[in-house]
Design a protein around this ligand. Sequence first.
Ligand code: ADP
Length: 748
Amino acid sequence: MSEAELVTVRNVDLSNCDREQIQFPAATLSHGFLLALREPEMTIVQAGENAPHFLGGTLDQVLGQRMERWFNDLLIRQVLERMIQNPQDGPAIHVNRTSFGGREFDVFAHRCSGSLILEFELREEMAGGRTLDLYAKVHAGIARLQRESTLQAFLDTAVKQIREFTGFDRVMAYQFLEDGSGAVRAEAVAEGFDPFLGLHYPPSDIPLPARRLFKMTWLRHQPDIGYKPVQIVPAINPITGHSLDLSYALLRSVSVMYSQYLKNMGTQSSMVMTLLKNGELWGLIACHHHRAPRHVHFETRTACEFLAHMVSLLLSAKDEQEGYEYRAKLQTTMSHMVSTAAVTNDLTKALVDQRPGLLDFVDAGGAALVLHGKPVLAGATPEAEQVQALVNWLGARGEPDLFATDFLSAVYAEAGEYPAIASGLLAIPIGGGKDDYILWFRPEFQRTVNWAGNPLKPVDISDDGQRLFPRASFAIWKELVRSKSKPWKTVEIEAARELRSSLLELAVRQAEKLQALYRDLQRSHAELDAFAYIASHDLKEPLRGIHNYSQFVLEDESDTLSKDAVEKIRTVVRLTRRMDQLLDNLLHYARMGRQGLEIGACDLNKLLSETLDTLATRIQESGAEVKVHGPLPEVHADCTRVGEVLLNLISNALKYNDKERKVVEIGCERGKEGTVFFVRDNGIGIAPEHQESIFSIFRRLHPQDRFGGGAGAGLTIARKILERHEGRIWVESIPGEGSTFRFTIGVK
Ligand code: ADP
């Protein structure tokens, strides 16, 4: 980046470094030189303007020339061989050591975005860091790292080792935190320098493009922060038509902002290594030399890089080891909850009522199980309505599988009302609906963070107000952090996710079971219907035989039989009649389940007046007053069947009534389920405990001879008819005052 392109206060905010294209600086560091070549003829198409200084001649003589004009065959052959072995874009590869012009160079080659890039790094410059016994040192270093049992001890050892290798004044292990800021986790520092251990750095100190490059190259070294950038000539690569992509180049010039930042920290030389954990950028090992520029040779750098790789590999292992016990506890609690849920089929019981439950799972002050928008709370939680509002907000956000924050009020302002209870939230949706959730709340965790300088002012503005500089002050700036909870650990987030999928799996399994049960039920229902039909049909025949035979005996033999015997045979005849009636009902009921419906337009006014005609004599005899609240609508139904329902309900209303003035009312009203029909009487009523059982077959509440009752099948058949019409029937009744039977017809 040239100075002219420098971000100014007018065009940029603090994050503008995030947009800086630091991989295209069009310039290099000065402790060596760079050439960009066109393949396959190996013509030099770009060169650092310092190349002639080392190669001889002028820049014009260097550009456009083939490589063999300047280098010996051996080197060219080695470059070609290395590039054939590594055809892809990737980090610079050490080709060899060579000398020309009386100087020694390490030669590196790599390809990037269509260019072959050669870099010549001067060896003797500012040499620091001895390379003796490197192998033995690395070996011992790794053994020491492996022995450490905690992550902290391990990082402490790692920084100490690297300081021993390189002789830098300061080596730090720096961790990126979730909000993008960073903290110094371990430090080895020479005597006489202020420690940086524990200090926090704002996210803007290491902008996004730099982070991207950290993932691409393992080690970056800037021997002299005060270097003068060397321009690449021409600035535009003639092959690509763009500035040369130096993403992988060792000599890539660094951002002016960054150099200034390091200078402000009192650093003269730096080396930075990337630490990855499970493939993700975890942090850096940053080495600073304060007293003088310091050039670490390629071999020592390789050893350091090797150590950094080891640290990256062991990071996950150490962390896992430390989280092992907690993970085991989470697993046990989870299996307990899930297995209880599987047995009881009751989430509230399994997750809230029983221990261990939601509160014993991830470390939280309170938890809520929200089913159909209704929360069941445990521990310290916001009020039920606040939880409901929160769930609505989550539902509207539409997080697909998990939502976690340690700073809820930053995204959901209402949470500002209860920071002491829920500054942190971990939420998992557990159902198909938008309002089934499990939530964990974490209280506010007030703490002081020591920032290396004011994080709200990561840059200074020049006197003329035109330019931004990295801040000059790293004086400790204390921040009291409020409305934030302790962050959710990765193990906790993973465990919550796992709980979610276990519960969903359980729900699916239960739905499958239910479906299987339903299928079984349907089958046995059909079988029962068939059985009832056959049984009642076949039983009628012998019953008729018994009836007729008894009748004959009565007619022919009543003179010769004793009075007692005649009475007994009369009872047999009565019983067979009753039996016949029962069988008729059963047959009718069974047919109801088997026969198809003849659905059509059905005028209920007409149907009702026909029904009342049929019942005219009984109405008259009972002296009942029948009130119709009409007109009734036309419905889509099997008219004959609905007529049966009306007949049964009205005749019951007439029958089960011992009042002087009997009243039967028939009508309809609009309800939640559409039109609801009713048949109301002021009769004897039905006790609450019988209001459901009267719909079971052959269930009568009275002896048959009272109220002129029937067989007890009428309401069962009525229910079946209405269910087949996708409707339902129910009763509301007060004993002694009367009953109202209501029904719906669902068919559209
Ligand atoms: P039944 O043929 O005996 O009338 P139902 O199936 O129609 O058979 O009714 C079942 C039982 O419910 C009846 O025996 C009676 O005890 C009770 N019942 C039905 N309708 C009424 C009503 N309107 N008021 C009081 N009890 C009723």
